[in-house]
Design a binder for this molecule. Sequence first.
Ligand code: ADP
Ligand code: MG
Length: 589
Amino acid sequence: MPIRILPDTIASQIAAGEVVERPASVVKELVENALDAGAANIVISIESGGKRLIRVADDGAGIPSSEVGLAFHRHATSKIASIEDLSRIQTLGFRGEALASIAAVSHVMMVTRYEDEQAGTRIRIEGGRQVGLDSIGAPQGTIVTVEHLFFNVPARLKFLKTESTERRHIAALITRHAMAYPAVRFTLEHEGQVVFRSSGNGSLRDALTDVYGAESAEFLLPILEDLPSDESRDDLPPISVSGYVSMPSLHRAGRDQMTIFINGRWVQDSQLTYAVTQAYHTLLPSGRYPIAVIMVSLPPEDVDVNVHPTKAEVRFRRADAVFTAVQRAVRHTVIGQTPVAPLSESVFWGSPDWEARRERLARVSRDHASQLGMDLSEMAPGQRPRQRPQSAEAAPTLPMLRVVGQVGAMYIVAEGPNGLYLIDQHAAHERILYEQFMAQQEQGHALPSQELLEAAVVELLPEEIALLEENLAHLEAVGFIVEVFGRQAALVRALPALVAETDPAEALRAALNEISVGEKPSGATAEEQLIARVCKQAAIKAGQILSFEEMQALTRQLESCGSPRTCPHGRPTMLTITAEQLARQFGRV
Ligand code: ADP
Ligand code: MG
């Protein structure tokens, strides 16, 4: 084909693809416009997860009737006039692309009335073509209705996720903004029902309660502001960090509840997220993350906001200074306001606790083992495991092992016919439980579920509620009996028997988190994935001291597994060092 310049309509559809990736991107741009217009009230309504309809209504300044048509042109903005303005930007928007992009790939109607004008204006645009413009009575502010998103971009339409996934993204976006703008009242409606509302009274503490529920919000600490500043360095930009972070006793399985705003703009910055996690170093169990809502403010000229079409990333002039400020503020807050308790029962190599290890080992009782579902019958300490009955189907894939002991409160050391075995106690137990569960499921047995004495109310985020509604059946299949309970909570009536002892909130959140971000064992169904999750939660943890009997029982059960050498997610349960390798290392051969 010869080189040619693409017609405007195609060029704008291509450009639109950068800004509008999914329904949540439309909501993001419209909400940002409402905030830039100084709105105190923003109502977001969606239908079919935003695929059919998105409407954002605000009570901001509105657009003068003479400028309404212009607003939909590409690179049309009232927020900057020169490139220098970019370095002192105070607004969320500046690219002048959002309305043009949205209008290029949907049917848009805007009704707006400017604060100084009597009448409002209505404009309708379909696929980038203006199809109507008239004057109409309207309250001050702007209402943008976006229908049939991607009607003319079938490729994009195909890539959209399920309605509930899109709805979840939108809910997460709105709750984040409710926290960043506590003085603005946000209302999110789905299919005509209010699913989230913030009070908009200006208090961040109240906004956090609106989002996380009263119970969780109690575990959030305000970031201490009076940090000793590094006065000797006036070359550093003045950086202030505020917001809330969770006490070490409140944590989540995913990183997604660490929310960071730079000058009021939500950013995804893995460095800063890492700074927050770092601040909790040794305070949280491994694989757990805090809840954090962090507002960083610094002079606009120290941030480059123009690095990403959706403005989700920024660049700092002094990235290390920002990193340090965030990490210090969070650390200071967490250490200063909570009694620091060591992780229970955990032992690190070389720590003073390590000395006490033998003593503790002796104290671990047989009851403990039976709690873990281990059969200790006919096993005396130090005794070799009994010969396993050789059955045809259960062809052993592991030789008989002799347990030697435990190291680091994490690994079991054992001896086999051809050398040394180091068994990861957590991964091994996960494998054992997973195979037991799967065997039950294959025989058509429902997985054992245990009813709670008292049904537990678990506060959930709007996006978690959406996920829950979609997965009630899967959850039930593995033993969770749960109902949606009002707008912000779930009612847990029963838990999988294996994790019946754990906190219902923790168990449910872990399962939901697994569905949304977990890694599936290869070839597994959604239910198998959940089973793997339940097993992971129920399995003996790293850091737990095991008695000799427990170690023997665990090893014996592992020996009878079909795939004893990997956990359900494919990571190794054990390392082996052969006798030959040992001999070579010691220079014997
Ligand atoms: P940008 O926000 O980057 O300027 P947009 O395409 O999002 O670009 O919007 C174009 C212009 O339309 C804005 O600069 C603003 O003047 C006007 N505008 C858009 N939405 C609103 C709104 N909700 N209230 C008032 N003005 C708005
Ligand atoms: Mg904008």
